[in-house]
Design a binder for this molecule. Structure first.
Ligand code: SAM
Length: 210
């Protein structure tokens, strides 16, 4: 969080409440995983869900499932015949996701593909209306280059952690540099309009225009 302490709590307190299933998922993730901070929080996941709804998306692609918070939030924004394909290589954390999704009627819209995301992407067919990139930063540019042509014109791509705890202002460590390079790559892509939001750790939105 790169804003004043307490601001995110204030925003949460003045937003719609987190559903009990998501609260349970947060607790289980804290209890059972080593890096619960990887979970997309309530505010960002709600934004993603609303964006899926507003854009009328029917097909969503996610890279980085973890314990399934953002996947379920986005699935809630899909119509009954919508589909969300989510990719992750970790069978342990995603088993938590799968158990959670069973408790929601929206879970049926979600299809998990386990494996290295770059390999899984080769097996994914068709176009998407919405995509969310939230996995290893080393491959952000490769994910982007795969996804942009696979998102329909007018569709949206959301990319997480693009402010990288503020380190992009003075990138020194290898990951800081990679995230900064990704941001330059996205901004220079003429196929999209890019808007970087300062929510949480930075969320870049890109609308495909050509
Ligand atoms: C930040 S977490 C995703 C958080 C998730 N969106 C949520 O709301 O809880 C990143 C996930 O990407 C997965 N991941 C990292 N590198 C990957 C790779 N090369 N291929 C597939 N999954 C990968 C990790 O296993 C981890 O679960």
């Amino acid at each position: 969080m790169i804003f004043a302490d307490g601001i995110e709590d204030y925003a949460r307190d003045h937003s719609l409440e987190e559903d009990s299933l998501f609260r349970r998922l947060v607790d289980v993730t804290r209890e059972k995983t080593e890096h619960p901070e990887m979970q997309t929080g309530h505010l960002e996941a709600t934004l993603l869900r609303m964006l899926v709804q507003i854009t009328g998306a029917k097909r969503v692609l996610e890279i980085g499932t973890f314990t399934g918070y953002s996947a379920l939030a986005m699935a809630m924004g899909l119509p009954d015949d919508g589909e969300l394909i989510t990719l992750d290589k970790d069978p342990e954390v995603t088993s938590i996701a799968q158990r959670c999704w069973k408790h929601s009627p929206h879970g049926e819209k979600i299809k998990l593909i386990l494996g290295e995301a770059l390999d899984s992407l080769e097996t994914v067919k068709g176009y998407f209306d919405f995509a969310f990139i939230d996995a290893d930063k080393e491959n952000y540019i490769a994910y982007w280059d795969f996804i942009v042509p696979r998102v329909r014109k007018g569709g949206l791509i959301a990319v997480d952690n693009t402010l990288w705890h503020g380190a992009v202002l003075d990138p020194k460590e290898p990951l800081d540099i990679l995230v900064d390079e990704f941001n330059e790559h996205a901004r220079g892509d003429e196929r999209v309009e890019v808007l970087m939001l300062t929510i949480r750790d930075g969320l870049t939105l890109a609308r495909r225009i050509m």
